[in-house]
Design a protein around this ligand. Structure first.
Ligand code: SF4
Length: 221
């Protein structure tokens, strides 16, 4: 029987999307000046966290100098700082920071993943790239059977719906949106990108509200 560990091992060797393979490796060679001494991961990003886990957090894609550098989803950039601090407040993370793959962070009853596993130019995967990567999310959901799925941003929400394929019409994304799909509750949360957190579109209390709801739902069923 397939396991999440075997799925992750398969994912990190994937080279299905030529544009993304070229981009992730180019970023890894050229590097950002402040990370010039780092060895970039520059491969697809596996999921991170507990197995089993009642809560799955789904982002869109790794950041070029965040997860694509560190090799761990939501690790080593400002989005990670914001998200993992909130997860720690909610009791889902052992520490409030996510800096490097060997920083000791543990997730508690929770797993994090991305709908697209390779860093895309402009943080924007094409529809074809989203389609190519979707089977990994489908398989992850089938193996994990989460009680709660937190989708970070509208594209992660859409990709999660495409992976779950509930009957239409599909619910619209919004911060705090909530929909029971089969045995899992899908929750919407604005993405913790700097674009959202620096402008106040997503504040720590707003993140706490969604993560608190996720924890409550996970405990109630
Ligand atoms: Fe493979 Fe997904 Fe990366 Fe495309 S985005 S190369 S399907 S892991």
């Amino acid at each position: 029987m397939e396991s999440l560990a075997a799925l992750d091992a398969e994912i990190v060797t994937c080279r299905a999307c030529a544009r993304l393979v070229e981009w992730r490796e180019q970023v890894g060679r050229e590097k950002r000046k402040s990370f010039r001494d780092d060895t970039y991961w520059a491969r697809p990003i596996p999921s991170f966290g507990d197995d089993p886990a009642p809560i799955l957090i789904v982002g869109l894609a790794p950041a070029a100098h965040g997860a694509n550098r560190t090799g761990r989803v939501f690790t080593g950039d400002r989005s990670a700082d914001f998200l993992v601090a909130g997860m720690h407040r909610a009791g889902l993370a052992s520490q409030p920071t996510s800096i490097a793959a060997d920083d000791g962070l543990r997730l508690i009853g929770c797993r994090m993943t991305a709908a697209v596993r390779c860093a895309p130019p402009g943080n924007t995967p094409t529809p074809d790239e989203r389609t190519a990567c979707r089977p990994y999310l489908v398989r992850e959901l089938a193996l994990l059977h989460p009680k709660v799925i937190v989708a970070l941003g509208g594209l992660a929400w859409q990709e999660t719906l495409r992976a779950l394929e509930p009957p239409r019409p599909w619910p619209k994304f919004g911060h705090g949106a909530e929909e029971l799909i089969g045995t899992a509750t899908l929750l919407g949360c604005y993405h913790p990108s700097q674009q959202n957190t620096f402008t106040g579109r997503l504040t720590p209390p707003m993140l706490d509200g969604v993560l608190g709801r996720a924890v409550a739902l996970a405990k109630s069923r």
